[in-house]
Design a protein around this ligand. Sequence first.
Ligand code: ADP
Length: 319
Amino acid sequence: MKKIGVLTSGGDAPGMNAAVRAVVRKAIFHGMEVAGIYHGYQGLINGNIENLDVGDVGDIIQRGGTMLHSARCLEFKTEEGQRKAISQLKEHGIEGLVVIGGDGSYRGALALSKLGFPSVGVPGTIDNDIPGTDYTIGFDTALNTIIESIDKIRDTATSHERSFIIEVMGRDAGDLALWAGLAGGAETILIPEVPSDIDGLVRRLEQGYERGKKHSIIIVAEGVMSAGELATLLKEKADIETRVSVLGHIQRGGSPTGRDRVLASQLGAKAVEVLMEDRGGVAIGIRNHQVVDYELSEAFNKAHKAELSMYTLSQELSI
Ligand code: ADP
């Protein structure tokens, strides 16, 4: 291939910039041209495309967000929209595409590959919910942002002897809640992968209060219910008072951690290698510390699995 394109799509994640940088520089290093496609699939359909040089991706490795911007695009879900996108790519002389994004963005990349345009998916989402890769770009940074917040909330929970419910992102996956809960020493973690036992939670809280424990940190994944709903349940069931904290979009921002920068650099570069071999319909990931590539369709026909031994451990450690 002489020229490839790169776009970021769906929810943004810290480390997307580092991935864009890796794609651009790896391709140029190997003598290819690179086009940046702005505003995701919508920008692709609209022809919002510009060539990127080595210097255009300078000074971005440390920045959160994505310099290419991200967008959601309904038109791209139709075959007509996808064909428009392919004509834009061809008009710009682009022969392969790197899509950095989550599950929805992967479906788009698969659709393009099925229509004959080689596309490769790089996992960029804080949710860590893409089957086939142990980690996604942005997960580690979001995890650390959540841990910092838990630590701060714990200070005030201790001072005021209050119990807090902290709601964290993750869509249908519990990884962020599970990892952050374990790392933040939460007493209780509710994740979608384990059926919620509210009566059990009430019992644990009451037992804690009986032995003089005055505060507690409960982490709830957004995929289970909102923190507000859980607070209402606890109040109604057992007259337990809690304070609610919804971390929201702060989880999606911030400078990427070292781990996310390294992962983004490795996975972005691997995507270019795959395109150099004229392969498409491929996802990039990391398994057991090894960079791997696999069929994009595999990312959809397997369910994401949370590490349930961590859930058991968190319960054992929060007695
Ligand atoms: P994420 O990639 O973070 O999961 P979305 O689910 O919003 O975010 O997907 C991002 C974009 O990917 C959508 O706005 C749409 O343009 C495209 N997309 C999502 N699902 C499909 C699909 N089934 N077929 C083609 N394109 C899709």
